[in-house]
Write a protein that binds this ligand. Structure first.
Ligand SMILES: NC(=O)c1ccc[n+]([C@@H]2O[C@H](COP(=O)([O-])OP(=O)(O)OC[C@H]3O[C@@H](n4cnc5c(N)ncnc54)[C@H](O)[C@@H]3O)[C@@H](O)[C@H]2O)c1
Length: 352
């Protein structure tokens, strides 16, 4: 029997990378995670080997590609906090841009010429158009967006000069989590709207605020396109398939095509949580939880040490009993399933 082809996934221990590793595994590939665990989690790596390393380490990357006979790469490893990038642009250019050039060097050395690059809607800056077409890119307004835009230009040059085929997949806001309950959004500090709102409802965030309520939108708050992370992962796997079938790649937006304002998101969360309060009572078995928490004598969680609700439990579990210390849910609760539907409300891709 022939061996399953290996895909190197930089940043595979992170939120989106881990979901892509799962999707790759389900599609018959071996995801080889390459991650320095700067913001990722070892416990998210479940579908293939992990190589702990930094993408700036070209030799380690080249060795990984050679050892595992990697046929293509998915590249997620990056820093991605817009605000931080404004204050620390060097950190972003070094990690995102130099890290990518290092990766490309390793790929060229090993004659691996297929790449799916995790880009961002930030390459459009304040495009002010709806919908934003792919040709509107190039006006990024912060170093994070600029770093991604620079990488896209580099990839175009590598395609022309070296035949390095690549997809640049641009997305705006990933959300939701895999129904397994074992991977999801897990940041410290958390800056994203949906998990922060959930954490606020659970009492773990005391300073939740809406930033900006005077935008030219119906309710004054910013409207964004949210796409479910499992849908994102499926798109990344399709891009890998296309490259393996000879496609030269290209630049594509990934989104639902429908924006939701901050207030709309908060209202939906509130409504969903009210409806689900008290309904998520399943206690499920024995996956070890890497995030510590304390349980009260009656087995309920008293306090999360790091103030973090498990991602896939975020939608509806705040009132139900939680598993005993050291355990997390290993299968979906009703709240999570409901959240998945909510998270892709009108995309036509909602999963039940
Ligand atoms: N989350 C979103 O809404 C969103 C939207 C658009 C684009 N993106 C892009 O998707 C990618 C993944 O984002 P995420 O939300 O999963 O973030 P994340 O922080 O969870 O994942 C990033 C992963 O990359 C690893 N990493 C960072 N620098 C590295 C380095 N030098 N060497 C090796 N590993 C390194 C981290 O340890 C982490 O596991 C990023 O490139 C981001 O720019 C994310």
């Amino acid at each position: 029997m022939s061996k399953s082809p290996a895909i190197l996934v930089t940043g595979g221990a992170g939120y989106i990378g881990a979901h892509c590793c799962k999707a790759l595994s389900e599609a018959g590939f071996v995801p080889v995670c390459f991650d320095n665990l700067s913001t990722g989690h070892r416990g998210f790596v479940k579908w293939g080997p992990i190589i702990e390393g930094d993408v700036c380490d070209t030799k380690r990357l080249a060795d990984a590609i050679a050892t595992h006979e990697v046929v293509a790469v998915m590249h997620f490893a990056a820093f991605s906090q817009v605000g931080e990038s404004v204050h620390a642009p060097q950190k972003y250019y070094l990690n995102n841009v130099c890290g990518t050039v290092s990766l490309l060097k390793a790929m060229l050395e090993q004659k691996c010429n297929r790449l799916v690059f995790s880009s961002t809607g930030a390459v459009y800056g304040n495009a002010g158009r709806d919908p934003i077409g792919e040709s509107a890119a190039g006006v990024a307004v912060n170093p994070y967006g600029v770093s991604k835009w620079m990488i896209e230009q580099i990839l175009a040059d590598y395609r022309a000069a070296y035949g390095m085929n690549s997809f640049c997949l641009r997305y705006f806001n990933a959300c939701g989590a895999d129904l397994s309950g074992s991977i999801g959004e897990l940041r410290d500090p958390e800056t994203h709207l949906i998990p922060r709102a959930m954490m606020t409802l659970q009492g773990h965030v005391s300073d939740f605020a809406i930033f900006g309520d005077d935008y030219e939108t119906p309710d004054g708050t910013a409207i964004r396109d949210y796409i479910h992370v499992v849908d994102l992962a499926a798109a990344h796997v399709r891009a890998i398939d296309a490259l393996l079938n000879g496609s030269p790649g290209g630049r594509y937006n990934l989104g639902t095509g429908s924006g939701f304002s901050v207030r709309q998101v908060l209202a939906a969360i509130e409504q969903r949580c009210r409806a689900l309060r008290g309904k998520c009572t399943e206690l499920l078995d024995d996956v070890t939880c890497e995030v510590g928490y304390e349980s009260a004598p009656d087995g309920r969680v008293r306090r999360w040490r790091r103030g973090w609700p498990r991602p896939t439990c975020a939608a509806g579990c705040m009132s139900g009993p939680f598993p005993a210390k050291g355990k997390i849910r290993s299968s979906p609760c009703r709240g999570c399933a409901a959240f998945r539907v909510y998270a892709t409300p009108s995309s036509g891709m909602a999963r039940k």
